[in-house]
Design a protein around this ligand. Structure first.
Ligand code: DLZ
Length: 165
């Protein structure tokens, strides 16, 4: 199972402003991912807004805009299912490297909730729906909030205490 070894994350995200960027392909699975992310963010105490883009390929540019607009953390949600075309590899690679680049370049954590699956069943198993084995939308949201909290506590060398990255 893909989630073996995942940590149990509990975090207080009170005061954090999070942007959820979500693709639109594979509606049922996306509904599950979004519901999981919303649930986790509400439980953490963070506030959030949601932005929809057409496909996972468009997630990085939306994440970059959210970071530039002042989000403390971004949660990126998408579903890519392997088909008979090379699109799978291109879309997965663009989403993965693009979101990593946004996060490292801006210093704003991006929770990676993009499912890259061989088939529909694998995606449903990870969607946080009734009967799913995993809840990847919630996991991505908690990872983003937990990382934003950690980064707030990382001091800048040579700067007064309380100045964080
Ligand atoms: C083109 C495409 C394909 C084949 N499959 C998916 C998918 O499974 N999941 C997804 O989020 N997006 C897919 N897309 C659309 C691309 O992400 C993108 O929206 C288009 O190539 C237009 O830029």
């Amino acid at each position: 199972m893909s989630g073996a070894g995942a940590p149990v994350v509990t975090v207080d995200g009170t005061g954090l402003r999070v942007t959820v960027v979500a693709a639109s392909w594979h509606e049922q699975v996306m509904d599950g991912l979004l519901a999981g992310a919303r649930r986790a963010l509400a439980e953490s105490g963070a506030s959030w807004t949601e932005v929809r883009v057409p496909g996972s390929f468009e997630l990085p540019v939306a994440a970059a805009r959210a970071a530039a607009a002042g989000a403390d953390a971004v949660v990126a949600l998408g579903v890519v299912i392997r088909g008979g075309t090379p699109h799978f590899d291109y879309v997965c690679s663009a989403a993965t490297s693009g979101l990593t680049d946004v996060s490292v370049r801006t210093g704003v954590p991006v929770g990676f909730g993009v499912l890259t699956c061989d088939d529909d069943q694998q995606a449903l198993d990870r969607a946080g729906l009734e009967g799913s084995k995993e809840d990847k939308g919630a996991e991505a949201a908690l990872a983003a909030v937990a990382t934003a909290v950690v980064l707030r506590g990382v001091l800048v060398p040579g700067e007064p205490a309380g100045t964080s990255l």
